[in-house]
Design a protein around this ligand. Structure first.
Ligand SMILES: Cc1cc2nc3c(=O)[nH]c(=O)nc-3n(C[C@H](O)[C@H](O)[C@H](O)COP(=O)(O)O)c2cc1C
Length: 217
């Protein structure tokens, strides 16, 4: 197999983030996506080449990324995404609730079709009804790559958010995008745009000791 060695990656902002800054400030961005600024194809390709450096089970490299920039396709995909979001927002307890996450989701519901790029990471091999071990190796063959894509995007001034809303309509999305549904699973829809400002902060998290178990649970 011909291996393409990484070339010099372009478009990293001058004020480079340290690895720790990158890892602690790659936030879910919804409100601060710049809907008016196009994202260059070569920047997306750099991020995708970095994503390819992630591991896959048995070195299968059976990941795929569907990058949607066409406005009609984004509008159609946005409709599916919105239907999923409305289910989530309409669940008991969420209606009328004021909380920053839900307000941010509502904002993206209004603008999803305007986000210049939708990226759908996919993995070959459906795991519907399969045992946990099969599930784990399929999903974990795409999630690290997709997260690397999001980190590489942040390093270039782009914002992303991991979303799963459209997966309730995965079949319809597969038809829309020509994805072979029987052989390929979609795992997320990642809206991508330049961010409005590049300053993001670490998020509050539970104390470490509530989730770390040394030597035994
Ligand atoms: C598996 C998974 C699924 C998610 N699905 C959605 C989604 O469908 N829509 C959405 O707006 N955010 C979604 N999120 C983002 C989370 O709701 C939440 O915003 C995020 O964990 C907070 O990240 P932050 O602390 O970096 O801002 C998802 C995150 C994960 C990991």
């Amino acid at each position: 197999m011909a291996v393409r060695l990484p070339r010099r990656f372009s478009a990293v902002p001058r004020a480079l983030l340290s690895p720790d800054e990158l890892l602690s400030t790659t936030r879910s961005v919804r409100r601060r996506l710049d809907l008016s600024r196009p994202v260059e194809r070569e920047v997306l390709e750099d991020c995708l080449r970095l994503a390819q450096q992630a591991p896959t089970a048995s070195y299968r490299q059976d990941w795929h990324f569907v990058v949607v920039t066409d406005s009609a396709q984004r509008a159609a995909l946005g409709d599916l995404w919105r239907r999923g979001a409305e289910r989530y927002l309409g669940r008991p307890g969420a209606t009328g609730e004021r909380n920053p996450l839900l307000d941010s989701v509502r904002h993206l519901v209004e603008h999803i079709h305007e986000v210049p790029v939708h990226v759908i990471p996919c993995i070959e091999g459906r795991t519907d009804g399969k045992p946990a071990v099969a599930q784990a190796s399929r999903w974990a063959s795409i999630v690290p790559a997709a997260w690397s894509f999001m980190l590489a995007a942040r390093a270039r001034g782009l914002g992303t958010v991991w979303t799963t809303f459209h997966l309730g309509f995965e079949h319809e999305a597969a038809e829309l995008l020509g994805i072979p549904y029987e052989e390929v699973m979609q795992v997320a829809l990642i809206p991508v745009a330049y961010t409005i400002g590049t300053n993001f902060k670490p998020a509050p998290r539970k104390p470490l000791e509530t989730m770390v178990h040394w030597d035994r649970w």
